[in-house]
Ligand binder design. Structure first.
Ligand code: MIC
Ligand code: SF4
Length: 639
């Protein structure tokens, strides 16, 4: 067996481990963050289970950390109190980005982790099966429920050779993205094996598994080996180590080989993570902003490389350099060893350990800016500035370019890039609040920003409405439910958020949806890629969307639509995309019967007088969920 199969087998609750079939697995750990967490805990409360049943559940505060009104602080207090009551650990604001902290302090090789954030696969860097999901799925897992997924295909990425100096882990995942594209990983787990694995540290592995999310993959995983043991030992938790290697005769569904020694520093150009080219080919374009951090590249090792490059230099006068170390552990170590002083002396603007600019929480660049970021997503507008051009690069490329003022290949640096892995990290978990003992009475504090979330009704017999919007391929959840410093504070207020639903594609969409009493969304392929935010389903639900009809879906978004009771329909013939225009009148007759009797749903285009065949690729359980009007209704009916 390969690693993926081994971990799944150990956690299998139902189903056969045959790629494409529905399986369910037991979840050992969960994580939430604050922009999805408020909703996840409201849903957990609605399910009504008093105490979490996982081995460990942690709630992080890392996204909504700019507090320009009471809203974010209210959400934080709600999360702090609701977690205390129900048995969940609470990582206070300032303690760091969920994925970085979880890797450092809580992740355990061989365990399953379900997180309400699409970059949860970071945990694959230490051999966890770590999967991103919508808040509702995480709520169910906290209550002890199994997590349902399609048994993935497993792709073997055989790493050979060794990286040359100044070529980084970021370049490896950019190369995978270049080859496979942002939809190349859908339905697959990406498993890294081969000689090249040995030369990669845990933080480097975690950069790769983190950004596997951009492939649309279910998750990515590395072996748990002596490198993993050394990392856990340095984190004071060697007892959490188990070796997990693929069997010598392990088989895979697909295979690709990357010779690390052939890679060069690269960047993902605007506006997609798979739009990859080498720094040399892109050339020395002038840079306005450099942002270093995010869950992809904010480890101690990354920060030390940055500090070394910055030391004794000054950030170019036309560049704003911001740095957000990934965790309190990292920031504290940098402050103790003097590296932070080197960054400050060079002119870096130090941000708190949080997501920050990655999710548009501040530091939006100027109009038409070129912004280099060590992050994982460069979707148009995500920085908060619609006209900005974001390039995704390694910390090494970012740091040298910040000094030079132009995009620069770090291989021209005349110094060593070797940073030794610390034998002991600085361990201080004082910002993690333990849950209250079982039975203790904790008052859950709900500020005025916390509004009830929309719940669907059982699927009616007939659906009718207009095609309210028609969008293209690769629409992200950042398009469907934009996030920025102004909107993130309303993550627990779906009525307010819905006013912005799909507005980057069409500002009139929410008003049109309301005027027409709801209807249908038409999309291209890989619809809903990116974030796990279930708000990208809840806001359409609030606006009365009954079905989303597309060429293909991204995994988490499709699951979120089903959880909300919205039909995810895939055009049987992609060419039919051209046979539905905006504001065409559509109808689905006898939808309950159609749904129960197979996997085909006929959509009538009344305006054009034609029938359009669609496929609904869901399990029987998901059909029951859709009939019931979503996961919450389904759970209530079945308990
Ligand atoms: C993101 O990177 O887009 C986020 C913000 O972390 C999201 C979660 C969210 O939308 O709150 C994610 O990746 O799931
Ligand atoms: Fe935070 Fe960015 Fe990572 Fe999302 S991708 S968890 S916003 S740092």
């Amino acid at each position: 067996m390969n690693i993926t199969q081994k971990i799944i087998k150990n956690h299998l609750v139902s189903g056969n481990m045959v790629a494409g079939e529905e399986i369910s697995i037991r979840i050992d750990q969960t994580l939430t963050q604050d922009s999805t967490g408020t909703m996840a805990y409201l849903e957990f409360e609605a399910i009504g289970i008093p105490r979490v049943k996982t081995k460990k559940s942690v709630a992080y505060i890392d996204h909504n950390t700019l507090q320009s009104g009471f809203e974010n602080a209210d959400d934080h207090k709600y999360i702090q109190t609701v977690t205390k009551k129900h048995g969940i650990h609470f990582s206070r604001p300032g303690n760091g980005i969920c994925h970085q902290v979880h890797l450092e302090r809580f992740g355990v090789p061989g365990m399953t982790l379900l997180g309400s954030d699409s970059h949860t696969p970071t945990g694959g860097g230490i051999g966890m099966l770590a999967i991103g999901a919508g808040g509702m799925d995480v709520a169910v897992a906290m209550g002890g429920g199994a997590y349902y997924l399609t048994m993935p295909k497993v792709v073997k990425v055989n790493l050979t050779g060794k990286l040359n100096p100044w070529v980084a882990a970021k370049d490896i995942i950019l190369e995978v993205l270049r080859r496979l594209s942002v939809k190349g990983g859908v339905g697959k787990v990406i498993e890294y094996v081969g000689e090249g694995v040995k030369s990669l540290t845990v933080p480097e592995r975690a950069t790769i598994t983190n950004m596997g999310a951009e492939l649309g993959a279910t998750t990515s995983v590395f072996p748990s080996d002596e490198t993993t043991r050394a990392f856990l030992k340095a984190q004071g938790r060697e007892e959490d180590y188990t070796e997990i290697l693929p069997d010598a005769d392990a088989t895979y569904d697909e295979e690709l080989t990357i010779d690390l020694s052939t890679l060069a520093p690269m960047a993902a150009k605007p506006h997609m993570p798979d739009n990859v080219d080498t720094i040399t080919n892109i050339g020395p374009i002038k840079v306005d902003q450099v942002a270093i951090g995010s869950c992809t590249n904010s480890s101690y090792m990354d920060m030390m490389k940055v500090a070394r490059i910055l030391k004794g230099n000054t950030v170019h006068e036309d560049v704003s350099l911001v740095i957000a170390p990934g965790s309190k552990q990292v920031l504290n170590m940098l402050s103790q060893n003097g590296a932070l002083a080197d960054m400050i002396a060079a002119g870096a603007r130090i941000l708190e350990s949080a997501c920050g600019p990655c999710i548009g929480m501040g530091q939006s660049p100027k109009t038409d800016a070129i912004s280099l970021r060590t992050f994982n997503r460069n979707f148009e507008g995500r920085s908060g500035t619609v006209s900005a051009q974001v390039y995704l690069v390694s910390p090494e490329v970012a740091a040298i370019s910040a000094i030079k003022g132009v995009l620069t290949d770090p291989r021209e640096l005349d110094m060593s890039n070797i940073i030794d892995m610390p034998e002991k990290f600085l361990i201080n978990d004082n910002m993690v609040v333990e849950p209250a003992p079982e039975g203790n009475d904790v008052e859950v504090v709900r500020g005025p920003n916390i509004k009830p979330f929309p719940v669907n009704v059982a699927l009616p017999e007939n659906l009718k409405g207009k095609s309210l919007i028609k969008v293209e391929d690769n629409i992200t959840t950042d398009h469907i439910m934009p996030s920025n410093a102004k909107l993130l504070p309303y993550r627990s207020n779906v009525p307010y958020l819905s006013e912005y639903c799909l507005t980057p594609c069409d500002p009139e969409f929410p008003a049109r949806a309301k005027e027409n009493g709801g209807g249908f969304i038409i999309g291209g392929s890989n619809y809903g890629q990116g974030s796990s935010r279930e708000h990208a389903a809840l806001a359409p639900l609030y606006l009365g969307i009954k079905a989303v009809i597309v060429k293909s879906f991204a995994r988490i978004h499709m699951a979120n639509l089903i959880n909300s009771g919205i039909l995810p329909l895939v055009l049987e013939n992609e060419a039919d995309y051209d046979r539905i225009d905006m504001m065409d009148e559509l109808a689905i007759d006898d939808v309950r019967t159609q749904l129960t009797s197979g996997n085909k749903i006929v959509v009538k285009n009344i305006t054009k007088g034609i029938e359009i065949p669609t496929i609904i690729n869901v399990s029987d359980r998901q059909k029951d969920m859709l009939l019931a009007g979503g996961l919450l209704n389904y759970t209530r009916e079945n308990n």
